[in-house]
Structures are given as C-alpha cells and as structure tokens.
Design a protein. Sequence first.
Length: 358
Amino acid sequence: MNESKPHHSVEDARDVEIASDDIDEQRFDAPYRSPQEKALVWKQDLRIVPLCAAIYLLCYLDRSNIGNAKILNQDTHNDLLTETKMTSYQYTIALMVFLIAYALFEVPSNYFLKKFRPSRWIAFLMLSWGACTMGLGGSHNFSQVTGIRFLLGVMEAGLFPGLVYYLTFWYRHSERSIRVALILASATLAGAFGGAIAYGVGHMNQVHGLSAWRWLFIIEGAPSCASALLVWFFLPDYPESARWLTQEERDLAAQRLRTEGSKGEAQDMTWGDAKAVLTDWRLYAHYAVYFGISAPFSSLSLFTPAITSGLGYTNLHAQLMTVPPWAVAYVVTTAAAWSADHFNRYKSAPHYLPRNTH
C-alpha cells in the first residue's frame, strides 16, 4: 500500500517564509536584517561610541580627582585639606553636596538635551564642568570648595543620563546595552588615568608657586573645556541630519527606529506619557539596582587614594598604586558586558513551523 505523503502547496511555503520573517523581527540572534544595516550600525559605532566614552571618561576624571588631591603631597603639608584648612568631616560634606546637586539636576538636564541639540547641550556641560574643575584649583577654604563642588554636580548631572537618552536616537533596544556598558566602563578607565596623572602632577609641587593639587585640578579640567569645542562640531545629533551618512543610510536609520521612535523628530512628551513612566514598577526596580551599584562605586572612586595611603603606601606611590585595580576593572567590565550581550543574543534559536492555512 502506498502511504499518502503530506502535500505542501506554494501557499504553505509562503506561510513558512512569512512566519520566519515575523519571528526574525524579534529574535535576538539576528539583530541585523541586511548587510546594509550591519554596515550602517558599524559606521555609527565608529563615530559615536568612542566619542561618548571619551566624554564620560573626562567627566568622571573631573568628579573624582578630589580624592587624589586630598592626599597629594600630604607629607610636605601641601595637600588639599591642609591648605584649605578643611577637616575630614568638611571634606565629606564637600563630596556630599556634589551628589545632592547631581540627583536634583539629572532630569532637568535631560529636558534641555531634548530641547536643544545634543551636541550643543553636551558641549555646554563639558565647558561648564571643566571650568568648575579648574576653579577648584583656586579655592582657599571650605566654603569655596563646597560651592564649586555643588556647581560641578549641577553640570555633570546631565551627562550620563543624557548619553543613554542620546543613544536612543541611533540604536534599537537590543543594540543599546553593550554600548551603554562600554561608555560606563570608561569611568573605571578614568580611575586608572587619574592615579597616573596625579603621580606625574605630584612632581609639579610649587611650580610657579602653586601646590600640586591645584595643578591637578587645572590640568584635568582644561581638556574638558577644550574638548567642548570638538563635541560642538563633531558629535552627530540625529541620523536624519547626519551629513556623514548617505541619503540611503539616513533613510535606513530612520526606518530602523520607526517602531521604537527616532527621537530626532519625536512629538513632545504628554502628561500621560509621564504618568505611564512614573507608575511603571520597573523604573523603581532599576533605581534600586543602580543605587546598589552607585554607592560603592562612587565611594571607591573618591576614597581609593586615601585607602591606598592607609595601606602603607606613601605620597606619590599611593597615587600610582591606584592605577592597577582600575585598569583591571576596565578589562573585566568590558569583557563582562560583551559576554552578557553575546550570550543573551545567541542564547536560543526559534523553530520555524508552517502556519495552518485551513
């Protein structure tokens, strides 16, 4: 007897193809739908990610260098606390006011990033926090240090949330995590650079009559001011207006983000949108996780030089010994970010089944 074999029509084959396409829209192991899209994202990466990482590195360098200044040339009594006549308690207050300002001005700063072009607003922030950092080099007492640190917090508050928001102009949801991680990892690299720079600047004590800690603030604040000009001209704002993309690439970039909202020409946020965000439990879960990360990370970035000094390393050697932990942290952070993104992306492959046409 002949067994009857299932018959697949052309329509069945078409259904299989359609089903595959539908699944492919959402699957994590096929993020790019064409070679042109893959080339576009790579082109964006080369222009955006290194620049954003460098900006955040300068930002974190300028916020954490007060930890290096605290013990720089402490053995000759030319350190920050001695010359400003600050106590350890007052030093802690100066650190705290930065964080208060940072928390208060994160959201307002993102509003202005949306209102103005990203390149303009981020350049303004860089120029402002660079000037504040250099201003710390001229401080003489607790009130001046605290006031400038508060202004520094105001100006730096909008950068990291602004960069995360900025990436939504260019990348889909599934593409953002690894790029945010690479930008965030530059903070650990800033810790390594901070120790190395402090070691070198420590040899400038009393050059032109200035203590080394004053030179430290001036030297590390100046690159942020200078880089603001580069960001003004070279940080691309939106895919729709990027001159370094061809017209076909601009169209593809806009189409890629159409369902997720290319923010370059997005409508203004409504109160309904704001309510939907503020009542989403995931927002507060993220707060809890980020709080748990930020508290120890911020503490380490500000107190690592003092901790190293307490371990017995003296003067400039204490600065130099802060470099290896942060350098290792950068490697581990980037490796962990790549690993998490890689294995999440390729963790599974969907099965394709023909649709029932009956």
